[in-house]
Design a protein around this ligand. Structure first.
Ligand code: SF4
Length: 405
């Protein structure tokens, strides 16, 4: 697990600043204005540190905290005398590298990674607010005014690599930004037209067709991940702890279909939904035939989930049959299926080809038992905060037979 922020001695800044961290290759590529880039002194050979390099209009300079004690910090006094911001990072140097986007915060004296080059789980965090209170919410909502994030995200998007394969837009509930969400997607269309965007939304506000229609044709690679936890309103509304959510989400799904959007249904495999998984899959196939993809997902054991273990947890070893049945029913009708957050040793081998390494690098870990496992390189592993209470009894290293070796 590689943290997404670190302590930093930040000087020369009055307000937080978003910067593209740059070494000499980023300077040479010239993709971003120098005024939006911070020179990463850790990546520049000291012989290349010339006053001409330092005098370029960098927005800031970044180095390691221990460089402050080095006798070769001529650049530091040069940078400070020019009045430009300097951030001296503490902790693992891998937390931030050239190509990443950092937010330097002078109030908290921290540097936060808002985009990590090469990471599989970069997220545009849309809002802390939500209109549902799902039993297993991993990111409990806060009712704060954060519409400022629209502008912030637009500035962030301008600094993300144009070659980035995929980004999620998540929260909270992103549609609470209203037209602001469309503004962010439009910004992605301008700067990241080849990036696959995946909006994770409960879909409840998209029944307002005026909102859903704003996304028609807005980005060439936009998909929506919408959760559905039951074939019956009472079950779905119970899991999301919000009366009326089932019918609102269905209206949202039909409005998205009318706006020619690509849709994935997400089912977190919590105990109440598992008990009616077969009926839920039948409901999706009959009523939502336009759905392209269904993701069946293990629980992330953090946030509200921790308070609801008894109500939510089911060991994958105990639901192999339901899982196989769901996959078979979807596959028969040509709906793509993926399994997220389910370690390979906990599911039947016939389902391994559908299991994805779905956990973002920064919160992904393996157990001691995994050290000798022959399939660790293609297993999702675990969320870093997994505890024995949330671990399947089936976890054990896989040994491949001679024919597979
Ligand atoms: S032992 Fe660990 S790495 Fe191997 S399949 Fe199980 S969880 Fe995955």
């Amino acid at each position: 697990m590689l943290p997404l922020e670190t302590k930093a001695a930040v000087t020369g800044l009055a307000v937080p600043l978003l910067v593209k961290l740059a070494g000499l290759p980023e300077l040479a590529e010239g993709h971003y204005p120098l005024e939006r880039m911070a020179l990463d002194m850790r990546s520049v050979p000291r012989r290349a540190v010339t006053s001409e390099l330092l005098d370029l209009p960098w927005s800031a300079f970044v180095d390691a905290q221990d460089a402050m004690n080095a006798p070769l910090d001529r650049w530091l006094s040069h940078a400070r005398s020019s009045g430009r911001p300097v951030a001296m990072l503490q902790g693992d140097s891998a937390i931030a590298k050239p190509g990443d986007v950092l937010e330097l915060d002078p109030f908290r004296q921290r540097a936060a990674v808002r985009y990590r080059r090469g990471d599989n789980g970069n997220v545009l965090f849309a809002t802390e607010r939500c209109n549902s209170y799902c039993l297993m919410c991993s990111q409990p909502p806060r009712q704060v005014e954060d519409d400022w994030r629209v502008q912030h995200l637009c500035e962030l998007v301008e600094l993300i690599d144009g070659t980035e394969p995929s980004l999620a837009i998540s929260g909270g509930e992103p549609t609470l930004l209203g037209g602001g969400l469309a503004t962010v997607v439009a910004k992605c269309s301008e700067h990241l037209p080849d990036t696959h965007l995946h909006v994770l939304s409960n879909g409840r506000l998209l029944g307002d067709t005026a909102l859903a229609d704003r996304f028609e044709g807005l980005h060439p690679h936009l998909t929506w991940g919408i959760p559905l936890y039951g074939d019956h309103y009472a079950l779905h509304d119970y899991v999301v702890q919000s009366e009326g959510a089932f019918s609102q989400t269905l209206r949202g799904l039909y409005a998205l279909e009318a706006a020619k959007q690509r849709i994935e249904i997400r089912v977190v495999l919590v105990k109440p939904s598992l008990e009616r998984l077969e009926a839920l899959i039948r409901f999706i196939l009959r009523n939502l035939p336009f759905v392209e993809h269904v993701a069946l997902m293990g629980i992330e054991p953090i946030g509200f989930a921790k308070a609801h273990h008894a109500a939510l947890w089911a060991d994958p070893a105990d639901y192999a049959e339901q899982l196989q049945g769901a996959v078979d029913a979807l596959s028969r009708l040509g709906v793509a299926v993926s399994l997220y957050n389910l370690p390979l040793c906990t599911i039947p081998e016939s389902l391994w080809p559908l299991a994805r390494q779905s956990i973002s690098n920064w919160k992904n870990d393996y157990l001691d038992a995994c050290a000798s496992c022959a399939v660790k390189h293609r297993c999702s592993g675990f969320f870093s905060w997994v505890t024995p209470q949330w671990t399947s009894r089936a976890v054990k290293p896989i040994e491949l037979g001679p024919e597979a070796a």
